[in-house]
Every structure is written in structure tokens, then in C-alpha cells.
Ligand binder design. Structure first.
Ligand SMILES: NC(=O)c1ccc[n+]([C@@H]2O[C@H](COP(=O)([O-])OP(=O)(O)OC[C@H]3O[C@@H](n4cnc5c(N)ncnc54)[C@H](OP(=O)(O)O)[C@@H]3O)[C@@H](O)[C@H]2O)c1
Length: 305
């Protein structure tokens, strides 16, 4: 039996990093629901979500060292690694350098080294549209985006020299139930509840929002491409809605769908330094993937949580 046939015959084993975060948490629970054997890799001090599904996953704790990472991979023996752990900072201060490099470059490189040491060569990696400011092939919006690019460059070594097969999914803005991050809808709900007006920029920047369930489909399709042996080296895809909306229109739509009165002082804040006014639209589409959930439908799903 070929390696691929053997894989298709058994329950595939996934190792997920960043499973205590928004996207990684959704992915780990979705894989479990779909019948995967799910392992998660967390760090000392990570707080596991309270959902009962996490009790059915094998949890490996990384102590920061490469040896510990190699031991975690040896215990998990994954068929595929889904790498989502990352420190996101839209802007950084000098004090953030160590943490940014530690999470987005060092931890991630230790992961690749440990995969190689354990003969695990399939990776779904997570990048960001922010690697493409001004729609350029590479122009990082911020240092966080530069660290994502740095990791992709390191990954290419493992692809070329160690026969890794990798897909990088470049995410845009994501939203959905269970999002505890202080992102747009969170702020809008708070403003609606308090009745206070929210100070915002002029609101003309376009936002490309993809519902978390659509994002999950992209991860599953990418994993299947790898398991089916369809990825000869490395590939990179944009997980975009293809229908970005100006922030002002987005807020108006959310007020309508959620039935809330949301007061905004448009223009009360300046745009951020290197604000993305128009999202990257030159990324390749993942074969077989198309977002299915419209913005208004997705916004309705938020109301029920
Ligand atoms: N969500 C978006 O809209 C979006 C857009 C573009 C790209 N992305 C990418 O998608 C991925 C998931 O994003 P998210 O929004 O779900 O992130 P998130 O909610 O902020 O979660 C971040 C995760 O990374 C882990 N992490 C951070 N630093 C770490 C370190 N040094 N060692 C080990 N784990 C560490 C966190 O673990 P702890 O619990 O231990 O802190 C947490 O599980 C990231 O790679 C992000 O860059 C997301």
C-alpha cells in the first residue's frame, strides 16, 4: 500500500499550534468533529478554552526549547501540522521585539526542525495579507507581517532541503462566534450597549472579512491537498472574501443586521500608520475553495452568541 493509501485508510493525526486562539481553536474543534485524531501544542502558561472538546485532544506543552519541541512531535506523530500560533501586533514598540521574534520566528523554526527530526513533512502554515501592502509581492504593513515573511523564507529551506510539502494560507480579517479579540464587532456591540459614540477614522478603508467557517474549509481543503500528495513543494493561497467593503458600509450593514443603533464619530481618529486602504487582491485562490457565507448571513450568526 502506498503511503497516501495508508493515510487514507486510517484516522489522520493533526497537530495544531495556536489552538488557544480564535482561528486555531475553531480549527482544532472542527478537526475533532470531522474525525481527526487531534493533538494541540501549547506553551507553559497557555490557558485552554473551557469547551469540553479540548478534553478530547492530546495536549503537548512546549517549554520553549528545541529539545522539548522535538519531544512533543515525537509523542504526537502527526500526519500534518497546522501552524497557527503567532503574536499579532499591528504596530510594535521596541520592547516587543523579543516576543515577536520568539513566537513568529523562533517557535515556528523549532517546530520545523522538530518535524524534520520526526520525519513529519506536511505543513499548513498561516500567513497574512499584510505581507502585501500596496498590493505588492512583498511589502510588510508592519513588523509582525515581516516576521511572517521571515518564517516563510525559513520554511523554504525545509521545503528545498528536507522535502517538506507546505501550504501557506494567507488570511485577511476573520470573524465569527467565539471571537474574544477586541476586534470591530466587539467594539461596535460595546458602543451600541453603552449608547456612547465610538471614535473612528474616516472609515474609507476597505475591509476583507471572511467568516470563520469559510476559513475552516480553506484549512481542510489545504490539508486534503497535502494528504492527497498534490503539493510537490510549497504553495501559497489568499483566503479572501473577494468582496471587501469600506469600513463605513460595514458598520452600517452591521447596525442594520443586528438591529442596533451604533453611533460613530467618523474622522475623530487619524488613520493608522500604513493603514491598509485597499486589501491585497493578487493572491492565488485555493483550488476548490470559495467563501460560502455572505457578510449579512455571517453577521446574523454573531447575534446568536
Ligand atoms: N484572525 C485574523 O483575522 C488573522 C488575519 C491574518 C492572519 N492571521 C493569522 O492566523 C493565525 C491565528 O490567528 P488568531 O487570530 O487565531 O490568533 P490569536 O487568537 O491571537 O491566538 C494566537 C495563538 O498563538 C499562540 N501563541 C502566541 N505566541 C506564542 C508563542 N510564543 N509560543 C506558542 N504559542 C504562541 C497563543 O497561545 P497563548 O494562549 O499561549 O497565548 C494563541 O494560541 C495567526 O498565525 C495569525 O497571524 C489571523
Amino acid at each position: 500500500m502506498s503511503e497516501i493509501n495508508k493515510l487514507q485508510a486510517k484516522k489522520p493525526v493533526a497537530l495544531v499550534t495556536g489552538a488557544t486562539g480564535f482561528v486555531g481553536g475553531h480549527l482544532a474543534t472542527r478537526l475533532l468533529k470531522d474525525g481527526w485524531d487531534v493533538h494541540i501544542l501549547i506553551r507553559n502558561g497557555s490557558v485552554l478554552p473551557e469547551q469540553p472538546e479540548f478534553g478530547r485532544m492530546a495536549c503537548h506543552v512546549h517549554d520553549g526549547s528545541t529539545e522539548s519541541m522535538i519531544a512533543c512531535l515525537a509523542n504526537a506523530k502527526p500526519d500534518i501540522v497546522f501552524h497557527l500560533a503567532s503574536l499579532f501586533l499591528s504596530q510594535h514598540a521596541s520592547k516587543d521585539i523579543d516576543a515577536l521574534i520568539r513566537s513568529n520566528v523562533q517557535f515556528a523554526t523549532q517546530l520545523l526542525e522538530a518535524m524534520n527530526a520526526n520525519l513529519c513533512t506536511r505543513l499548513v502554515n498561516t500567513g497574512t495579507s499584510w505581507q502585501h501592502y500596496n498590493n505588492e509581492d512583498y511589502n510588510p504593513v508592519c513588523l509582525y507581517a515581516a516576521t511572517k515573511q521571515a518564517f516563510e523564507a525559513i520554511l523554504e529551506y525545509y521545503v528545498q532541503a528536507c522535502s517538506f510539502k507546505a501550504i501557506t494560507l494567507k488570511l485577511f480579517d476573520t470573524y465569527g462566534p467565539g471571537d474574544l479579540r477586541p476586534k470591530l464587532f466587539h467594539l461596535l456591540n460595546k458602543a451600541a450597549a453603552s449608547g456612547e459614540a465610538l471614535d473612528m477614522s474616516a472609515g474609507e478603508q476597505f475591509i476583507d472579512l471572511v467568516h470563520i467557517d469559510d476559513v475552516m474549509e480553506a484549512f481542510l481543503i489545504a490539508a486534503q491537498r497535502l494528504l492527497d500528495g498534490k503539493v510537490p513543494v510549497s504553495e501559497s493561497y489568499a483566503v479572501s472574501s473577494g468582496q471587501p467593503l469600506p469600513l463605513k458600509d460595514l458598520v452600517a450593514l452591521y447596525a442594520e443586521v443586528s438591529g442596533q443603533t451604533i453611533r460613530v464619530n467618523w474622522g475623530a481618529r487619524p488613520y493608522r500608520y500604513r493603514e491598509v486602504m485597499a486589501p491585497w487582491n493578487r493572491g492565488a485562490s485555493l483550488p476548490g475553495w470559495k467563501p460560502q457565507i455572505s457578510l449579512s448571513e455571517g453577521m446574523k450568526s454573531l447575534k446568536n452568541h
